[in-house]
Design a protein around this ligand. Structure first.
Ligand code: ADP
Ligand code: MG
Length: 356
């Protein structure tokens, strides 16, 4: 038998090694193509917080489930801490403190912010309507049929009584002593808490992965984490306040920032043909009736939330104030009047074009 030529063996070995290496590289390349080109892959998560569905759509290098869990946990912490009905909540204790109460840094900052928004909107956003909100009781009911739900329209004298014990001017803050005195009003952060929760959601997502993208949605508000597939606009419909879900009165294109809508169609009751809903005009103590929906686009989700409530209250009658003042605070407005007319601030239209 002929002995194999050692040279041939070496060549054969080389071929085998090279093929293995090439195969390995091809496998890695396929894997990378399939999985790290994950920019197009979004994971969706949902939870029920703040009496509404919270949705996270995210693409991130860190396990998306870990990120969304951290976001939901943070939101649940805020829901519990500022629940005006729970006797153990920080807000309940502050509202029932009788005089000065020491508060934690986060609460002090939130109250300071709420009072600032109240001043900027000349009281249209008023975080001290807790007693009125309680009297109207919208948060307690889920159905829209007043009959059998327990919903009763409060009397004018009840409303007057609660109005006397409302008003952001009554709240005193001691920044050195870190103390707040509500002077009898009940603070209710319902008009901006979801916005703040979205701000925290954004911070948490970016702490895990600065390059993550997607969005977080809480009921009527969206906070964008990053452009769709890291490059495209998210297309967001502004719901027709009198249409079915999916029917829109406007369309916006966003790569960043937040959009919030306050409407009279989320939580309401119709009694004798009158619609009673949960956004209260601080001047009358009655549900505001100058608009049927108000949408704000802002880079800051807390501004978007608070100013959408305020724009709704200010309505058609105070539109000149809204369109002049709101953009100065970084809020662009899209308002639907009771007759269905659309009013918008000058720069809102830039968000209505896909190629900006
Ligand atoms: P939603 O919570 O449906 O998104 P908003 O952001 O407009 O709607 O907030 C409405 C909530 O804010 C009410 O449920 C109530 O707790 C509170 N609120 C009602 N009227 C006012 C007001 N004029 N200013 C500030 N907060 C308000
Ligand atoms: Mg709001």
């Amino acid at each position: 038998m002929q002995q194999p030529d050692p040279k041939e063996i070496m060549i054969l070995n080389r071929i085998v090694v090279t093929s293995v290496v090439v195969m390995f590289i091809v496998i890695i390349a396929i894997y990378l193509l399939l999985f790290s080109g994950k920019t197009g892959q979004y994971s969706d998560f949902e939870d029920y917080i703040f009496g509404t569905y919270v949705r996270v759509r995210i693409s991130s290098t860190v396990n998306p489930s870990t990120v969304s869990k951290a976001i939901f946990n943070e939101m649940k912490r805020l829901e519990g801490k500022y629940d005006p009905h729970s006797e153990n909540s920080v807000l309940y204790q502050l509202n029932h403190a009788n005089g000065w109460a020491v508060v934690d840094d986060e609460t002090l900052a939130l109250i300071d912010l709420a009072l600032k928004y109240a001043r900027q909107t000349e009281g249209a956003f008023d975080p001290t309507l807790g007693r009125l909100v309680d009297t109207w009781g919208f948060s307690k009911f889920t159905q829209h049929e007043a009959e059998g739900s327990g919903f009763v329209v409060p009397t004018m004298s009840e409303i007057q009584e609660e109005l006397v014990n409302s008003g952001y001017n009554k709240v005193a803050v001691d920044y050195v002593g870190k103390k707040v005195n509500t002077n009898g009003v009940w603070i209710d952060l319902g008009g901006m808490l979801k916005g703040y929760a979205l701000k925290r959601a954004y911070q948490i997502a970016k702490e895990y992965d600065t390059k993550c993208h997607g969005f977080v949605e809480t009921g009527g508000q969206i906070m964008i984490l990053g452009p769709k597939y890291n490059k495209a606009n998210w297309v967001i419909g502004i719901r027709d306040p009198r249409g079915q879900p999916g029917e829109n009165v406007g369309m916006v294109y966003l790569k960043e920032g937040s959009i919030a809508t306050s409407g009279d169609y989320e939580r309401f009751f119709i009694v004798d043909g009158v619609r009673y809903h949960h956004i209260i005009d601080p001047k009358s103590g009655l549900p505001a009736n100058g608009a049927i929906s108000a949408t704000i686009i802002s880079s800051d989700p807390v501004v978007a939330d608070a100013f959408s409530t305020a724009a709704f209250v200010l309505g058609e009658k105070s539109w000149l104030f809204t369109r002049t003042v709101f953009p100065k605070y970084g809020a662009e407005v899209f308002l639907v009047t009771p007759k269905g007319k659309i009013l918008q601030t000058d720069n809102f239209r830039f968000y209505e074009q896909p190629d900006k």
